[in-house]
Ligand binder design. Structure first.
Ligand SMILES: Nc1ncnc2c1ncn2[C@@H]1O[C@H](COP(=O)(O)OP(=O)(O)OP(=O)(O)O)[C@@H](O)[C@H]1O
Ligand SMILES: [Mg+2]
Length: 256
């Protein structure tokens, strides 16, 4: 496209905004039944997902990605789990005690996701934003699968979701995860250690077991949904560099 090559040429000369690239329109679709009344072909923006375990470095990388994208002239919107106006507070309260069944808690999360999809993700895509998701349906599905919910039922439940333009899965070894979580919070989280599953009374042991179970489910999901697996055991800058290269490709459809 002549317009595109102009922008690429110009970007080489301008030192202040060397990264501006025109996003190519996506062929947007839902995984399943979608949301009634939404025409995916009218969603012009880009939907980028960063997945990974607790402490894998998602926030670190997303914040760098936002700086880079916004510094390059792209408008971004960030979304994540448990951030809906509809149920995030109730969900947080429910997590303070272990009182809900696995199914109810799972449906709570699904409601939170659906609300954000309808009221944050879709409107931002309509307006042409780059939407960056700190986790998406895959984490929700993997957690539910570990708790015995059927794959088919979950795939149907999350058929409302839009297919993202890219899913970057930050892969970190369980040992590094423990280290990163400790360096950040000086503790492990009850839910992220799968303590509700009774895998072990020792939280550290439970964390390692639970994260391994999640990795197994993610591997299954990877085969179905085709995530881009990023080696995130490396230094922050290296992971950042890798993600930038991949993002450029998503935005332009080119390798460089
Ligand atoms: N590549 C890396 N190498 C070493 N340490 C890292 C790396 N990336 C992030 N960290 C550190 O690990 C900790 C967790 O990182 P971060 O908060 O970005 O992860 P997260 O996936 O967003 O975690 P959470 O699930 O709690 O939201 C932080 O202390 C961060 O500085
Ligand atoms: Mg985070």
């Amino acid at each position: 496209m002549p317009g595109e090559s102009n922008i690429r040429r110009k970007s080489r000369k301008t030192s202040r905004s060397p990264e501006v690239v025109m996003p190519r329109p996506s062929k947007r679709q839902f995984y399943g039944h979608g949301i009634p009344g939404v025409d995916p072909s009218r969603l012009a923006g880009k939907l980028i997902v960063v997945e990974g375990a607790d402490g894998s470095g998602r926030s670190t990388q997303l914040s760098r990605m936002v700086d880079w994208l916004e510094g390059s002239g792209h408008a971004t919107v960030q979304v994540g789990l448990k951030r809906s106006n509809l149920v995030s507070e109730e969900l947080e309260n429910a997590k303070q005690g272990n009182i809900l069944s696995h199914m109810t808690l799972g449906l709570f999360y699904a409601t939170d996701f659906a609300d954000q999809l309808e009221n944050a993700i879709i409107p931002a895509l309509k307006a042409g934003f780059i939407v960056l998701c700190d986790r998406y349906i895959y984490t929700l599905m993997a957690r539910d699968m570990v708790r015995g919910m059927e794959d088919e039922w979950l795939r149907n439940l999350y058929g409302i979701a839009l297919v993202p333009d890219a899913v970057f899965y930050l892969q970190v070894s369980p040992e590094n995860l423990v280290q990163r979580n400790f360096s950040k919070n000086q503790a492990l989280d009850y839910w992220e250690s799968g303590m509700d599953l009774g895998l072990s009374r020792d939280m550290f042991d439970s964390f390692l077991k639970y994260q391994s179970l999640l990795i197994e489910q993610f591997q299954k999901l990877q085969k179905i949904y085709g995530f881009d697996i990023v080696d995130a055991d490396q230094a922050v800058e290296k992971v950042d560099g890798l993600l930038r290269r991949k993002m450029r490709k998503v935005l332009t459809g080119h390798d460089k």
